[in-house]
Design a protein around this ligand. Sequence first.
Ligand SMILES: NC(=O)c1ccc[n+]([C@@H]2O[C@H](COP(=O)([O-])OP(=O)(O)OC[C@H]3O[C@@H](n4cnc5c(N)ncnc54)[C@H](OP(=O)(O)O)[C@@H]3O)[C@@H](O)[C@H]2O)c1
Length: 310
Amino acid sequence: MSDDTAFDDASPIAVVGVGAVATALARRLSARGAPVRAILTRNETAARTLADRVGAPIASAEAGALPADIRLVMLCVPDDAISDVATALAAVSHPWTRTLVGHTSGARTAEALAPLAQKGASPFSFHPLQTFTPDTPPDAFDDIVVGIEGTPDAVSAGRALARGLGARPLALTARDKALYHCAATLASNGLVALMAVVEEILGAADLGDRNASAVDLMAPLVEQTWGNLASGTPEGSLTGPVARGDEATVNRHLDTLRDDAPNLVPLYAALSTEMARTAVRGGQLDADVAENLLHRLREVLQSSPSESDS
Ligand SMILES: NC(=O)c1ccc[n+]([C@@H]2O[C@H](COP(=O)([O-])OP(=O)(O)OC[C@H]3O[C@@H](n4cnc5c(N)ncnc54)[C@H](OP(=O)(O)O)[C@@H]3O)[C@@H](O)[C@H]2O)c1
């Protein structure tokens, strides 16, 4: 299937919002031949700008401007705005019983669209497992996972939508969605926070004339590690002092953090705990050796002042 014929038989679509996800989604839909008929958002000028980019004839700040032939409405608004937008749309006279309504939040389920479900619409959540900024190109949908959850008919339509975008659908239950989103948050935002911590630790060290950022310094190490992970498993990719059961080195790290970045001691202990568990699972670390190390790390965690104490 070529890019511009993926949505040959698709019904007219409305996108609500003109932010990072809305822009990438509307552009991708349009590029693959989907009839994006309307862009709705709070600011009519912003709606018109995106509508012109994707060839949508309708651009409006009014929910009532939703054309009657729209059969798919995609809400790409902040999580906290989904219910309000759903309520505003539900007040519009529209053949809702023949309309699918999705939102792109990772944290919220289809339940957030309850006002529209009460009108007979088929609700679903459709979360692209990707990070988007206002400049993210539409090909950011290439081969990504889209987590989909909702009523069976809506999930089925969501799967087709994901495939049409060039992505891989992943059907989720409402309960699993929370775990899925927690994992995604750690994979993306957790990694960024970890690199910020690396930066903080290097900042405490006297590395002389530093021209490179922590990200630059660590890039080859991180890239090689990522390559190992991509072609293997976490268990098979783990190296370092914890995997070797080298408690003396772990203690030296803890001592230096206590002196120079005490706020990071609990994080180091918590991550080292997970490294030890991973190394035991992978058979690299003997369970008895690990138990001594884990005991030591538990003591560190229990004796670390919590944020609320400081
Ligand atoms: N960005 C990501 O990496 C990413 C990835 C996956 C999923 N998501 C999810 O996708 C959704 C949208 O995120 P985003 O990053 O695209 O947000 P965003 O860039 O902040 O854009 C949000 C859009 O919604 C509009 N909006 C806000 N309140 C509204 C309201 N009450 N009525 C109508 N429009 C309203 C905003 O208009 P104004 O300009 O007037 O405020 C803006 O156009 C969120 O649920 C988010 O969790 C985001």
